[in-house]
Ligand binder design. Structure first.
Ligand code: ZN
Length: 234
């Protein structure tokens, strides 16, 4: 059997199929940019023996948030990166930003899991503790809370590294990560970040986002940041 110690990264291209996501002034659809960038990131990662990238979608299909979350539950990967393009009523707004889950939302997700456990793949250590202490809700909650604090640190550090790399190549909308209660980031078994790669509603950025050069810049920045982060862990 082939023993794989690769870092597993789930790359999620937002929207797809009947759900185009945001739409630009010239009619560009967010879903198309998301998949183009996600494919580039996964290609870069899979060319590197250190990583194994898994895509939630490889083509233009519709996947609900619920379906995506079911997928995350069954894969114990090291990180989830969800790729999106931003939109705003203010057409002048531009630049990339990063989102991570709010603490409140994470606690809510942990509590609902404890009330009504479903099958979720955790790391071996966590899995063993949860199994051994099946009826100790307090201990299980403590363990999952601790894990979510750990995830938060990972998410913050990776987000900062990605922003640092992106800043060298493209414009940033916000210089530090933002917190939100986003369903796609709310899985309790995987550190998750969402990258808004630019504003489709800004006419200049809509133009840029369409180009392979710009998409490559973004994919490269994300890849380099991940390489840098996981290299320093070893
Ligand atoms: Zn989106």
């Amino acid at each position: 059997m082939h023993q794989s110690k690769k870092i597993e990264i789930i790359v999620d291209a937002g929207h797809g199929g009947q759900d185009p996501g945001a739409i630009g002034q010239k009619g560009l659809q967010e879903k198309k940019i998301n998949i183009a960038i996600a494919l580039k990131i996964s290609k870069l990662l899979n060319h590197d023996h250190m990583f194994h990238a898994i895509l939630t979608r490889k083509t233009d299909i519709y996947l609900s948030i619920k379906k995506r979350k079911e997928f995350f539950k069954k894969h114990h990967a090291n990180l989830l990166i969800s790729i999106h393009v931003d939109s705003s009523k203010k057409k002048s707004v531009s630049g990339a930003s990063i989102w991570i889950i709010s603490k409140n939302r994470m606690y809510r997700e942990i509590n609902s899991y404890l009330k009504k456990p479903s099958i979720i793949l955790f790391s071996k250590q966590i899995e063993n503790i949860l199994k051994e202490h099946q009826h100790d809700i307090f201990l299980k909650k403590t363990i999952l809370d601790l894990q979510s604090n750990d995830f938060k640190e990972i998410e913050l550090e990776i987000a900062q590294k990605i922003l640092k790399e992106l800043k060298k190549k493209i414009k940033l909308h916000k210089k530090s990560p933002n917190y939100a209660s986003l369903g796609i980031l709310s899985s309790i078994n995987i550190p998750s970040i969402l990258i808004e790669t630019g504003f489709i509603t800004n006419i200049l950025e809509e133009q840029k986002l369409k180009t392979t050069i710009y998409q490559n810049k973004i994919a490269q920045a994300i890849y380099l940041a991940l390489k840098n982060y996981f290299n320093h862990l070893n």
